[in-house]
Design a protein around this ligand. Structure first.
Ligand SMILES: [Zn+2]
Length: 110
């Protein structure tokens, strides 16, 4: 089991390296417990990531991080946003960072 310090460290390093690649500068990066989403981006440039994202596979971590960082440049989920997301994280088909609800999760299992 990772400690929460290790998780924060992992997430911050990953965010920092992606921020360099995407040429964006988040004002602040927060790592905290989140139940409804994996990440969020405020209009003031604060990126928040779920602490347990550190336990997900690295491709999914990249998807959530790139998704939120791209919002610093593009506030919506329009064509340009999706094109950039696909260019940087080509392995994912996802566009949303919402976590599955209890109902969705049981639907997936079936
Ligand atoms: Zn988004």
């Amino acid at each position: 089991m990772r400690t929460s310090d290790q998780r924060h460290e992992i997430m911050r390093k990953r965010v920092a390296s992606w921020a360099r690649r995407l040429n964006v500068q988040p004002r602040q990066v927060r790592v905290q417990r989140m139940t409804r989403k994996w990440g969020s981006c405020s209009t003031t440039g604060i990126i928040t990531l779920a602490a347990d994202l550190a336990d997900q596979d690295s491709g999914f971590q990249d998807f959530v991080i790139v998704h939120e960082l791209l919002h610093l440049r593009i506030p919506n989920h329009g064509k340009l946003f999706k094109a950039l997301l696909a260019a940087h994280v080509p392995t994912t088909q996802r566009t949303s960072t919402k976590r599955p609800t209890a109902t969705n999760a049981s639907a997936v299992k079936r």
